[in-house]
Design a protein around this ligand. Structure first.
Ligand SMILES: Nc1ncnc2c1ncn2[C@@H]1O[C@H](COP(=O)(O)OP(=O)(O)OP(=O)(O)O)[C@@H](O)[C@H]1O
Length: 656
C-alpha cells in the first residue's frame, strides 16, 4: 500500500504530504484524500498510517461511499486506462488482422490436405506444400464461441470510437454465412455482436450511446436496402399485362440490366471529412437487443426471399452506427463510429467452376471486387495520395469492357467500406476454406489473398524473439485490461451496495422517527420509502385516521394515559354490566341530578379529578352512560357512593 502511494509521488516518510503533491490524474490517493475531511496534512498523514495494511479496494470503497464526484472521476479514469490498454493491444496485434476458419470436414470425405496450428495453415496438394502464416487459424472443430472470443475486443474498440470492418471471405459453401449469421442453436458473429454491444453499453457509465442499424445487399454493382420491402416480378405479374410482365422478367434475367432488375435507388456519397454515406438507405435506431434482433431477422428474411435468388453471388452487409456522447459526463462532443459486418459473395476461381453467362459475370465481378479491395486497403494504409478506385476501374473497364456491371461492383463495395478500411479503423478478415482435397486449389487461392491483405500492414514478418516479446507485452496489456474491467466492476458493485446501504439506513432512521414520541411522521410515503408500498402504507393509514391536525395528534404520554383510561373504562363497563340488571332508572335519574348539582357548585371538580371524562368522549364515542356516570358519582361524592352501595346491596340481597 505504502509503496503504491510512493509510486504516486507522495512523500510518506515525513507524513507531510500536501494536496499540491497529489498526482494530477485522478487516482487512489486522490480518492483517499477526499475521504480525509479537511485535506489537512495531519489528517492525511494519520489516514495514510491508518491505511497501512488495509486493502486498497476497501479504501476505494470508502471513497465511493463518501464522495460522488471523485467516484465518477475514478470510473472515467479506469475506463480510460482500459481503453488505452486495449488500443495498445490492437496496435501491437495489428489493425488489420486476418483469421482463417476451416470448414467442418464431411465424414464421408477422404483425409484432408490441410493441417492447422494456432497461427499457421499448411496445404499439401499434388506433391506441393504451401504454408500460410495468419493471425489466427480456427481448426474445423472450432465453435462459434471460439471465433467470437477473438472478435470481441474489436467490438469494444468500435464503442471507443474506431470504425470497424469484419469481412467473411471464401469459396462458396465454406461457411461464411455460418460464421456471420449462424443458426438458431449456434448464432454467428452478427447476432452475438448485437448482444455484446448492448451488454457493453449497459456496463459503460463513461458515456451515453445510441445505436442504429442498416442492412443491404450488393449484387453486381447494385445496392439493395434489406429493410425495404420490394415486390418480386412474380407478384407484379398478377396485376399487369402479360407482355409487360414478360418484358420485366427479360430485364430481370439480362446481365446488362441488373440495375433495372434490382431497382436500386441508393447512391454512395463521400463527405468532405472522408466519411461515406449511403443516400436513401434505411437506418433504424435500436434501443434494445430485442428490437435489434427483430430488425436483423427482418433483413435476413428480405435477403432469403430475394427474388433475384443470388445469395451465393451477392454480398450481404450489416452496418451498426454507434453515437457516443460524453456530454453528460465531461461535456465533450459526439463521436460516431461504424461497424460493418460483411458476408462477401463466393470467391470461386472462374476456370474451375466452369461458369458461363450470368454466373461468369458474377464470378468475375466478385473476384475483381475482392482484388480491388486488397489494393484499396493497401493504398489507404500506406496513405498513398492516389486511392486506386478509379485506376482499378480503368483497368477493369479495359479488361472487361463489356461487363459494365464489374465496374459498378468494384466501385460500390470498395467505396462503401473505404472509410472503415483506412487508417485508424480496425479490419478483421475471416478467410474460409474447405478441408476437401477437391478444393485444395481454391483454398490456396483464398489463402494467398488473405496473405496479401495481411501484408498491407508493414512489419508482419518478425523474428521469433520479437514475436515472443510482442506476445509477452500483449499478455501484460490483456492482464491490464482484465484488471481495469475487474476494478470497474468492483467499484460499480460497491456503489450499488453503498446506495442500498444508504437506503436501508434511511428507512431505519425513518421508522425510528415514526416511532419517536414527539414526532409522528406523516411524510410522503413514496419519498420516505423509495416507492416501497409495504412500508409506506402505515403512515398513510395513520394520516387518514387522524381526526385532528398533525401537530395536535397525541404524544406517547397521552397515548399511555389514554390506554390506562381505556383499561379502567373497560373495568367500569364490566362492573356496570353487572349493575345494569339491578339498578333502576330512578336511581340513575337521582344520581344524574346530583352530579349536575355538584358540577354547578364546583364545575372544575369533576373535570379535574376525573380524566375519564376526556377519555370517555374520545375513546367511547357511543357514550355508554352505564360506564362513566356511576364513576363520576363515585369520584365526586363519597357520601352518595356509600348510599348507592347500600342500595345496591339491598337489591342484591332481595334477588338472593
Ligand atoms: N464450421 C461449420 N460447422 C458446421 N457446419 C458448417 C460449418 N461451416 C459451414 N457449415 C455448413 O455448411 C453449409 C454451407 O455453409 P454456408 O452457407 O455458411 O456457406 P457460405 O460460404 O456462406 O456459402 P455462400 O457463398 O453460398 O453464401 C451450411 O449448411 C452450414 O451450416
Amino acid at each position: 500500500m505504502v509503496q503504491q502511494l510512493h509510486s504516486l509521488g507522495l512523500d510518506l516518510s515525513s507524513g507531510t504530504a500536501t494536496e499540491s503533491e497529489l498526482p494530477a490524474t485522478p487516482s487512489v490517493v486522490y480518492m483517499d484524500v477526499n475521504v480525509v475531511p479537511e485535506h489537512d496534512k495531519e489528517g492525511l498523514a494519520s489516514t495514510i498510517s491508518s491505511l497501512q495494511g488495509s486493502s486498497i479496494i476497501s479504501l476505494r470503497a470508502s471513497a465511493v461511499a463518501h464522495s460522488w464526484p471523485p467516484t465518477k472521476t475514478f470510473l472515467r479514469y479506469l475506463d480510460a486506462k482500459r481503453r488505452e490498454a486495449l488500443d495498445k493491444i490492437l496496435d501491437i496485434k495489428g489493425s488489420i488482422r486476418v483469421f482463417c476458419r476451416v470448414k467442418l470436414m464431411d465424414e464421408r470425405k477422404a483425409a484432408s490436405p490441410i493441417s492447422t496450428e494456432a497461427d499457421k495453415i499448411t496445404v499439401r496438394s499434388a506433391g506441393t506444400r504451401k504454408e500460410f502464416v495468419l493471425d489466427r487459424v480456427f481448426h474445423p472443430e472450432s465453435t462459434q464461441e471460439d471465433v467470437f472470443r477473438e472478435v470481441k475486443p474489436i467490438l469494444r474498440s468500435a464503442l471507443d470510437g474506431h470504425n470497424v470492418c469484419i469481412l467473411a471471405y471464401g469459396q462458396t459453401g465454406t461457411g461464411k454465412t455460418h460464421t456471420m449469421e449462424g443458426n438458431n442453436g449456434r448464432p454467428g458473429i452478427v447476432p452475438r455482436a448485437i448482444e455484446e454491444l448492448f451488454h457493453q453499453i449497459s456496463q459503460d457509465e463513461s458515456a451515453s450511446f445510441t445505436l442504429s442499424m442498416s442492412m443491404l445487399e450488393v449484387y453486381m454493382g447494385s445496392l439493395r436496402d434489406l429493410f425495404v420491402h420490394r415486390r418480386s416480378p412474380a407478384r407484379v405479374t398478377h396485376w399487369i399485362p402479360k407482355w409487360y410482365a414478360a418484358l420485366i422478367l427479360y430485364a430481370h434475367h439480362h446481365p446488362a440490366n441488373h440495375i433495372v432488375r434490382l431497382g436500386s435507388n441508393l447512391s454512395i456519397l463521400r463527405i468532405s471529412d472522408g466519411t461515406v454515406e449511403i443516400e436513401g438507405l434505411t437506418d433504424v435506431q435500436v434501443t434494445d437487443v430485442k428490437q435489434a434482433r427483430r430488425w436483423y431477422a427482418r433483413g435476413k428474411h428480405a435477403r432469403s426471399t430475394s427474388w433475384t435468388n443470388v445469395n451465393d453471388a451477392s454480398s450481404r452487409l450489416t452496418r451498426i452506427t454507434i453515437s457516443r456522447s460524453n456530454e453528460a459526463v465531461d461535456g465533450t462532443n459526439n463521436l460516431v463510429s461504424k461497424i460493418w459486418l460483411v458476408d462477401l459473395g463466393g470467391s470461386e476461381r472462374l476456370l474451375k467452376s466452369g461458369a458461363t453467362g450470368q454466373t461468369l459475370d458474377e464470378g468475375r465481378a466478385i473476384n475483381l471486387s475482392l482484388s480491388a479491395l486488397a489494393d484499396v486497403i493497401a493504398a489507404l494504409r500506406t496513405r498513398r495520395n492516389h486511392i486506386p478506385y478509379r485506376h482499378l476501374l480503368t483497368v477493369i473497364l479495359v479488361t472487361f469492357a463489356s461487363q459494365i456491371c464489374c465496374l459498378s461492383l468494384n466501385s460500390k463495395l470498395t467505396q462503401l467500406l473505404s472509410d472503415s478500411l483506412g487508417d485508424g479503423s480496425k479490419v478483421l478478415m475471416i478467410v474460409h476454406v474447405s478441408p476437401g482435397e477437391d478444393d485444395a486449389g481454391e483454398t490456396v487461392c483464398s489463402l494467398s489473398f488473405a496473405t496479401r491483405v495481411r501484408a498491407v500492414e508493414a512489419n508482419r514478418e518478425l523474428s521469433e524473439d520479437t514475436k515472443k516479446r510482442k506476445q509477452q507485452r500483449v499478455a501484460e496489456l490483456e492482464q491490464g485490461v482484465r484488471e481495469a474491467e475487474e476494478e470497474l466492476r468492483r467499484v460499480r458493485d460497491q456503489m450499488e451496495r453503498t446506495a442500498k446501504l444508504i437506503q436501508e439506513k434511511t428507512n431505519t432512521l425513518r421508522v425510528d422517527l415514526r416511532g419517536s414520541p414527539r414526532s409522528p411522521l406523516t411524510l410522503n410515503p413514496v419519498e420516505l420509502d423509495g416507492g416501497d408500498t409495504k412500508t409506506a402504507e402505515k403512515p398513510v393509514q395513520r394520516a387518514r385516521a387522524a381526526p385532528v391536525p398533525r401537530f395536535m395528534s397525541s404524544t406517547a404520554c397521552s397515548r399511555r394515559r389514554q390506554q390506562e383510561a381505556a383499561e379502567s373504562l373497560g373495568r367500569a363497563r364490566r362492573r356496570s354490566t353487572d349493575l345494569r340488571g339491578s339498578q333502576s332508572h330512578s336511581c340513575y335519574q337521582t344520581s344524574k341530578k346530583m352530579t349536575v348539582a355538584y358540577r354547578r357548585r364546583d364545575p372544575s371538580l369533576s373535570l379535574q379529578c376525573n380524566p375519564m371524562n376526556v377519555s370517555h368522549d374520545s375513546v367511547d364515542s357511543r357514550g355508554s352512560w352505564s360506564s362513566s356516570k356511576p364513576k363520576k358519582l363515585s369520584n365526586s361524592n363519597p357520601n352518595l357512593r356509600v348510599a348507592l352501595h347500600q342500595q345496591h346491596r339491598r337489591r342484591m340481597s332481595d334477588l338472593i
